[in-house]
Design a protein around this ligand. Sequence first.
Ligand code: AVJ
Length: 303
Amino acid sequence: LSSSPKRLSSKYFYDAAGDELFREIMQLPEYYLTRAEYEIFSTQSHDIISALDTSASVRLIELGAGDGLKSRLLLKALLERKVPFTYYPLDISAHTLEVLCHEMTEELGDGFPVFPIADEYISGLEKIGPAEGSRKLILFLGSTVGNFLHEEAIAFFRDVSRFMSSGDFLLVGFDLMKDPEVILRAYNDSAGVTRAFNLNLLRRINRELQADFDIEAFQHYPTYDPLTGETRSFLISRKKQDVFIGHLGRHFGFEKDEPVFMEVSRKFSAEMIRNYAEVADMQIIREFRDCRHYFTDVLMQKK
Ligand code: AVJ
């Protein structure tokens, strides 16, 4: 909030209330991403596994595992094929991880080891030591990679690559560029859930950092730029106001109509994806798309 322009990071959206709002978002008729990727995993999980090298056991590491609804389909297919694996779901939300682990063993049995890691991506990966004779498959689904600005995404792919040995796999979900109206609607739903999702971060700051944001004095304003593929969400201060954050003992002034940049959700072209594989020293093995070609899961292998 002290930078100009003001910005908050969307990684803080996911407290218990934020987790719940995101679950609601995934059910929205306008939010096509989850359904598109779910279709990919329900129809092509066996094709994904066939494209892997499963001669060794698999260490499945899922970054931002969330509810694990899509990866569960992949786990199921691995079990069916009797490919031995261990599962490391990694998420910033400890609460989400608890629910996930419970549901996974409920549905799939406890025939495989699960090691949940409540952490951010890179510090979480650091906790997973090297293992002889197994292949890593790192999953980064849901187009969560879209939350990184271009430079951040480059750094992310380079960082993840450091945790991979030659021959290890990375499967990344990318939301593709498409009709701008379809994209914008996904971030401006008629039920106002995405609005509440953004405003929840101000509520969270009020609660956890003893602040006094007047929630109703902020307007949710999403944009989509078809040139860059960037969806950006802003909260606009409707009035000139002063916010006090008790925890910091500090005031922040807002001009009337001043924006706070809350989240970027980037949409990708095939060329952008090839570029990320290249900077991470990876080869694209295959990609898996939904029938409308809204979304793609790209399987990369470290050279
Ligand atoms: C969870 C990051 C994939 O950017 O589409 C949904 C989060 N934000 N609606 C996305 C989100 C607003 C979502 N990701």
